[in-house]
Design a protein around this ligand. Structure first.
Ligand code: FMN
Length: 222
């Protein structure tokens, strides 16, 4: 228990410092506002909002660096955008290209239902998200690259999963900053997602996290 203002030998109470801590502005406030959204409104996203989310996940920053840290700056992640209701962007599956800050069309049409249908439990609300964002990674390449690091054969994959976590939090925080709703859905059937035609997961990659993104419904729930 943290007793306000009390400092004992074994406990330092941080709560009273909350309002006086340096840097309580932007990021601290975003962290407080970050939430998973599972009720989406009918309003479409704009292409600028999709661009914002894509850059948060995998955008270029300085030189070849990206928005999230990467072991050996190897950047094994790919972001795929499954656009449904996005003003200025035709419904389709797009791959985000960080080098050119561009979306490359992989397949046209609205594929949200098929992708959302791969979740382990029925997430009907995921179909209502204006766009789905899929993070995938090249686990094999990472395993090879870090083959000489203990635990042999497992270190590389661990790094890619960690990186996907960084990218995921970036998506969450960018959504909070832009007053958008987002939720990470990692409970999906890998085989069904990998087996979709046209393909949503890039060849040779492993699906890691699926996000629903859209305008939050006013009836927002936990
Ligand atoms: C690794 C991971 C997997 C998740 N998978 C799902 C999922 O399959 N379905 C879902 O509705 N939410 C999923 N979530 C979101 C959590 O349920 C959510 O973060 C949690 O309820 C806490 O709520 P908050 O994000 O609003 O703080 C996942 C979150 C993480 C970090």
């Amino acid at each position: 228990m943290c007793l306000s203002g009390l400092m004992t030998q074994r406990e330092v109470c941080l709560e009273p410092l909350r309002s006086t801590s340096p840097g309580t502005g932007g990021l601290a406030s975003l962290l407080m506002r970050r939430r998973s959204t599972r009720r989406f409104g009918t309003q479409p996203l704009s292409i600028a909002q999709v661009a914002l989310m894509a850059r948060a996940a995998q955008g270029r920053t300085t030189g070849e660096r990206r928005s999230c840290p990467s072991a050996h700056a190897s950047y094994p992640l790919t972001l795929t955008v499954v656009a449904g209701k996005v003003d200025g962007l035709a419904a389709g599956i797009y791959q985000y290209e960080p080098e050119r800050d561009a979306l490359t069309l992989i397949a046209d049409g609205d594929h949200r239902d098929r992708v959302a249908g791969t979740t382990l439990v029925d997430h009907a609300w995921l179909r209502e998200a204006a766009a789905l964002l899929l993070l995938s990674g090249d686990l094999e390449a990472a395993v090879q690259h870090f083959a000489d690091q203990q635990p042999l054969g497992r270190r590389g994959a661990r790094y890619v999963w960690l990186e996907a976590g960084h990218a995921s939090q970036n998506i969450y925080l960018q959504a909070a900053e832009a007053d958008l709703g987002a939720v990470l859905v990692a409970g999906f059937d890998d085989d069904r997602l990998l087996g979709l035609t046209p393909a949503v997961v890039p060849s040779g990659q492993h699906p890691m996290g699926l996000f629903g993104v859209g305008h939050p419904d006013d009836r927002q729930s936990a």
